[in-house]
Design a protein around this ligand. Structure first.
Ligand code: FMN
Length: 188
């Protein structure tokens, strides 16, 4: 058998980034005293269909972490590739110091089921109630139950129409990409 190309050994703290690109999301919250905030989260995965659960990996130090724990709710907003710069800025600034809705800016819209706002510029929104939190190393696993989901009409019929929706995919550090327009259906 011919040998493939040589492989290098990575420092373990870089190894997690071999799993990227991940779709970056904008998670919005409202503090008990009424401050809207948004943070970027790329480490987020579907977890259960019934009940519908998602899991995000969040550091305790985030301003958003406290708001989620205090209010028990948050919204996962799905941004588009043309929003990559704002996605980076929302992930490099903190609600401890600035009002990101005012300064980035984003338009806040009333959600159906939670007090946290929807981000109008995003194409879809998952309104979540906090289900459980688990400690896991230097991040916590925050599990949310989706209690309402909305998407722009015509963008999603059981799967995304990739000709309309261009996700912001985080490859690592300050680098972003999006998926190819090619879609194949594999008959099985
Ligand atoms: C592309 C990108 C992805 C990120 N993903 C995560 C993540 O999955 N979990 C996390 O805790 N922080 C993540 N961050 C960092 C937070 O978004 C960042 O610390 C932010 O300033 C927190 O905002 P807050 O303090 O207002 O909550 C990410 C940052 C960027 C730029």
């Amino acid at each position: 058998m011919p040998e493939g190309p040589p492989k290098i050994t990575l420092p373990l703290n870089q190894s997690l980034h071999l799993l990227h690109p991940y779709n970056a999301t904008l998670v919005s919250t409202k503090t008990p005293d009424g401050q809207n905030n948004v943070m970027t989260i790329a480490w987020i995965i579907p977890t259960s269909v019934d009940p519908p659960l998602i899991t995000m990996s969040v550091r305790k130090s985030r301003f958003s972490y406290k708001a989620i724990q205090e209010t028990g709710e948050f919204v996962v907003n799905i941004p588009t590739f043309d929003m990559a710069e704002k996605v980076l800025r929302a992930g490099r600034t903190s609600g401890k110091n600035i009002d990101k809705f005012a300064e980035l800016p984003f338009i806040a819209r009333k959600a159906k089921m939670v007090k946290a706002p929807l981000i109008e510029e995003c194409v879809a929104h998952l309104e979540c109630k906090l289900w459980k939190t688990f400690e896991a190393g230097d991040h916590d696993l925050i599990i949310g139950e989706i209690i309402a989901a909305t998407v722009i009409e015509g963008y999603f019929t059981k799967t995304w129409d990739i000709t309309k929706f261009r996700p912001v995919q985080h490859t690592g550090q300050e680098f972003f990409t999006t998926c190819s327009l090619e879609t194949v259906e594999i008959k099985f």
